[in-house]
Design a protein around this ligand. Structure first.
Ligand SMILES: Cc1cc2nc3c(=O)[nH]c(=O)nc-3n(C[C@H](O)[C@H](O)[C@H](O)COP(=O)(O)O)c2cc1C
Length: 324
């Protein structure tokens, strides 16, 4: 055919795709060539059965990796047309990318791409500086460009109401020993290609904290309230909660995160209120929104984040797949 992607293009784009975030840095994705198309798949062996029984987190992570992949191909001059969930009988195949007409990358694609290696989760306290209106607007636009919405939780009352929902979800999850064991199994104190290094896990959680942190090992803290008293909380949502909605939300998440990085902002994710269905519904009602919340972010200015490891591209590629 001569119009498909090559293995070299797949490799180069997959190296950018794996920089995407994932629950506990499990990296639950695989990439392959089939008939000249690049396919993004969930790796079911890297799912977290206690933390993520429905597989929602694998599809958010897969969508985020897909966004990086799209960006990488576009910047290399080989942009893709994407079909989500192309095979009804293969739900783990999230997307199929075929080349569209070559064109030059747009300025937005170039600046988002430059942010890929600079984006890290930042779980430390942020500085008190407010996020300016134009940056807030850009974050909302980033979500809308990927067919999702971003709702900023503004004002002390709204932030406190959100914090109550998040803390109660956190308590529900923490009661489950399997959930706690799974998290402990993905905290790394020695070098490893996956999992959350303890040094990136943020400070210990203290009872006075407004928002619950996941508790990945934890650095020591000075006494007192050091987290920002009124954090900028943003809820990312999709129009529904199908597999396709979740993949769209993953792409939108990555676009929002890269837009934030490009604007000099730091972000941490907190998904406890998404993982507990009652909390997710309470969150949706508190926002007065239709659709489904898919991720929550804390956004502000802070010290640079800490890079976390990734598995090598060789470990996530399936190149020799027979035509399907
Ligand atoms: C679906 C999903 C849920 C996440 N939930 C949380 C969370 O609740 N708390 C947290 O600190 N980080 C959360 N993260 C961030 C991951 O822990 C992080 O992406 C991963 O450790 C890799 O680190 P990086 O983002 O710095 O590349 C989540 C990420 C994804 C994709």
């Amino acid at each position: 055919m001569g119009t498909g992607y090559t293995e070299a293009q797949l490799r180069a784009a997959a190296a950018d795709a794996v920089r995407a975030p994932s629950l506990h840095n499990t990296q639950p994705w695989r990439f392959r060539l089939r008939d000249g198309a690049i396919e993004v798949c969930v790796d079911p062996t890297r799912r977290l059965p206690a933390t993520d029984p429905s597989g929602w987190g694998t599809r958010i992570a897969g969508g985020a990796a897909l966004f990086n992949l799209r960006l990488s191909l576009a910047v290399a001059g080989a942009p893709a047309t994407v079909r989500l969930r192309p095979y009804p009988a293969e739900p783990d195949v999230l997307a199929r990318l075929v080349p569209e007409l070559p064109r030059r990358p747009t300025p937005t694609e170039l600046s988002l791409y430059a942010a890929v290696p600079r984006r890290f989760s930042n779980r430390a306290p942020f500085w008190p500086d407010p996020v300016p209106a134009d940056a807030r607007w850009r974050l909302g636009e980033a979500a809308r460009a990927e067919q999702c919405w971003l709702e900023l939780v503004i004002g002390v009352t709204a932030v406190n109401a959100f914090a109550e929902i998040a803390r109660s979800a956190h308590r529900v999850l923490e009661r489950d020993p399997a959930y706690r064991a799974e998290r402990a199994a993905w905290v790394r104190t020695e070098p490893a290609p996956d999992g959350v290094p303890a040094r990136a896990g943020g400070p210990q959680t203290e009872p006075q904290d407004l928002l619950p942190s996941r508790g990945f090992g934890g650095l020591d803290r000075a006494p007192g309230r050091d987290f920002e008293p009124e954090p900028l909380v943003a809820v990312l949502g999709a129009t529904g909660n199908t597999v396709v909605d979740q993949v769209l939300a993953g792409q939108a998440l990555q676009r929002v995160l890269l837009t934030a990085t490009d604007a000099g902002l730091a972000v941490s994710m907190l998904s406890q209120p998404i993982e507990v269905s009652g909390a997710r519904e309470a969150l949706r009602l508190s926002l007065g929104r239709f659709g489904t919340p898919q991720m929550v972010m804390r956004i502000g200015y802070g010290q640079p984040g800490v890079a976390t490891p990734r598995r090598s591209v060789d470990e996530v590629l399936d190149v020799a797949v027979a035509p399907g």
